[in-house]
Ligand binder design. Structure first.
Ligand SMILES: [Zn+2]
Length: 116
């Protein structure tokens, strides 16, 4: 029985490692998808999210001279950019709050220990 269990756990470990590897691959794919997050709404061509507005304007000027720049890239409107910046700022604040709360929790744990 004991030997069987050992074999089982070894197989389980193998499976867990395979799962982790698969997950790592998946997250890598997700990262790649994210880096291609800019899409022209007119011709559906994708661009790296790091593409500059100048490059995107070049595309809309060359490929869709009759279309508005923001018609091609709705995410580049000042409103969308503001919303994205607000999101980033909110995430930063949340991270700061979490960092501030972490040491407090440690202090509390100490107090509880001492009072016991
Ligand atoms: Zn286009």
């Amino acid at each position: 029985m004991g030997g069987g269990n050992g074999q089982k756990s070894a197989k389980a470990r193998e499976r867990a490692q395979a799962k982790l590897a698969a997950e790592a691959k998946g997250s890598q794919l997700k990262t790649n998808e994210k880096s291609m997050s800019l899409k022209c709404a007119v011709c559906m061509q994708t661009f790296m999210c790091t593409s500059t507005e100048v490059k995107l304007r070049e595309h809309s000027d060359n490929k869709h001279p009759k279309e508005d720049f923001y018609r091609c890239f709705p995410s580049m409107t000042p409103e969308a950019q503001e919303a994205a910046a607000a999101d980033a700022a909110a995430a930063e604040v949340a991270a700061k709050v979490a960092a501030q709360q972490a040491p407090k929790e440690k202090q509390k744990a100490k107090v509880y220990k001492g009072s016991k």
